[in-house]
Design a protein around this ligand. Structure first.
Ligand SMILES: [Zn+2]
Ligand SMILES: [Zn+2]
Length: 504
């Protein structure tokens, strides 16, 4: 009896180990046949929809701010793993609340993105190719998470897909899973009609780590022999199912109508221009400008920081972008002010491009100073947990004080950092559509205001953020000589006053 039981158990184990690969292949083949992918070497689809500005919501509990995609065309060549994505985005009737480069869009903006194998690039406003080495893997993941790219990727030699079944949307479905590019687990749900109805994966992100990325495909219909769905993409989770809603951003992309689909289009494969293929990744540069005694602007990239020296410590205003940028800035702070710890990092607002270095500073031992409204989000999203795809120092050896909430100082209206001689005042900006809980720093000795996203001297015409900033400076009665931006060079107050009162 015992032997028999052991035999049947080991048979069951054998079946469980070997069956999924075979079953996964048949599930994929059935889907490829039903969806018209069997003889597909390339596809081009055209439509209209919307895009969400990921990491740029007006408040942490809100969805990503949206713009309309008034035209959208993607062309994918599967043999060369190349893709050309071209779209025009416009503000439309979407609320102009939140942020992101160029948001809200006063005029429509055209974007063209490419990938060819391991090379990614875009076109600038003049139509010149610009290398984007950091986007190469993500662009390939975009292709592999289309319904067609998923089937192609899972059936490619060496993909070794596995399979599980479950109930989803009141149907028994098949989930086929494979690992792409050596590290991205991609799961596709194939429904009872053999349609790919969901493809999910995770992508590395400096703020939330392994960022959840999923496409939901519904409303399939036949166009020129291919099954074409409604495209609906989430990036990150909306946790509104359990109040309070701490992290509300999720809607990232959608195609609501598809007007044209072509198969095996001529010249679908794109080749990377030589200038792009041979482009070297730009090293992080930190350029120091002295603003006063023990007061430094640390520039040299798209986002600046400001370092302030106190008697026995340093405060850094803003930790933007990512760990790489932050480590370079921190090293420069220690070169300028040896033997003084970075005790505080001031965060102006919660947008991801201004938040991506916060973990590096906390790992360095700094206390975060931010608006009180941001604390639940920062605690939840930045909690110590494993980051599998691209672990940062904080993930590899987390300081436990972070998860227990000890390393925050929060601001409601006003907060002062002072050692008796050097003072930095933090003030909360009111009535701003770009982000709630925005802080500015006022440094009385040099009459400097440090601000993020409220004024960039490179801008052509004044916007709502500029006007709100001016109203707040008046309300706070600050005696300002110079405006120092997290973006762009410092500017005299008179230049800002002239700019903001300019009529368009
Ligand atoms: Zn912003
Ligand atoms: Zn910004």
């Amino acid at each position: 009896m015992a032997t028999r039981l052991w035999l049947s158990l080991s048979l069951a184990a054998l079946t469980a180990a070997s069956a999924p690969a075979q079953d996964a292949r048949s599930a994929l083949q059935a889907a490829a046949k039903a969806m018209g992918v069997e003889n597909m070497r390339s596809i081009q689809y055209t439509g209209t929809g919307w895009q969400g500005m990921v990491g740029q919501n007006v408040a942490p509990d809100q969805d990503w701010p949206r713009v309309d995609l008034t035209s959208y065309t993607r062309t994918i060549d599967f043999d060369t793993m190349s893709s050309r994505e071209e779209y025009v985005r416009a503000q439309g009737n979407n609320p102009p609340r939140g942020g992101g480069a160029g948001f809200p869009f006063l005029t429509p903006q055209k974007v063209v993105n490419f990938v060819s194998g391991n090379v990614a690039w875009t076109l600038n406003a003049q139509g010149q190719p610009v290398a984007q080495p950091d986007a190469a893997e993500l662009r390939q993941i975009e292709v592999l998470t289309t319904p067609y790219g998923f089937l192609k990727g899972a059936m490619a030699p060496g993909a070794n897909p596995t399979m599980a079944t479950r109930r989803e949307y009141d149907q028994r479905v098949t989930v086929v899973s494979f690992v792409a590019l050596g590290k991205y687990r991609i799961n596709g749900t194939i429904n009872a009609q053999n349609m790919v109805q969901r493809v999910q994966t995770w992508i590395p992100n400096p703020v939330v780590g392994d960022l959840y990325y999923e496409n939901v495909y519904t409303n399939y219909h036949n166009v020129n022999g291919v099954q074409v769905p409604r495209f609906h993409q989430h990036q990150d989770y909306d946790d509104g199912g359990s109040l309070p809603n701490v992290s509300g951003g999720d809607h990232a992309f959608g195609l609501e109508t598809i007007s044209d689909v072509r198969l095996n289009v001529p010249n679908a494969a794109v080749t990377a221009p030589d200038a792009v293929r041979t482009a070297k990744p730009q090293p992080v540069r930190v350029e120091t400008q002295k603003l006063g005694e023990g007061l430094y602007l640390l520039a040299g990239g798209s986002h600046n920081s400001v370092a302030v020296e106190f008697t026995d410590h340093v405060a850094v205003i803003e930790a933007p972008l990512n760990e790489e940028r932050s480590l370079a800035v921190i090293e420069q702070v220690y070169t300028l002010m040896p033997n003084k710890p970075i005790r505080y990092v001031v965060n102006t607002h919660h947008h991801w491009d201004h938040l991506g270095g916060i973990r590096t500073y906390v790992h360095e031992g700094a206390t975060v100073i931010t608006h009180e409204g941001n604390k639940p989000y920062y605690q939840e999203v930045l909690r110590a947990r494993p980051w599998v795809l691209q672990p940062d120092r904080f993930a590899l050896h987390p300081p436990e004080e972070w998860s227990e909430g000890y390393i925050f100082e929060t601001v409601r209206e006003k907060y002062a950092l002072t050692d008796g001689s050097r003072t930095v005042e933090l003030h909360s900006i009111q009535g701003l559509a770009h982000a709630v809980g925005m802080l500015i720093a006022y440094i009385p000795r040099e009459k400097i205001v440090v601000q993020a996203d409220l004024y960039n001297p490179a801008a052509a015409a004044p916007n709502a953020s500029n006007r709100t900033f001016q109203q707040n400076l008046r309300r706070l009665r600050l005696d300002v000589a110079t405006i120092v931006g997290i973006h762009g060079p410092p500017a005299p107050m008179a230049q800002f006053q002239g700019f903001v009162t300019k009529t368009q």
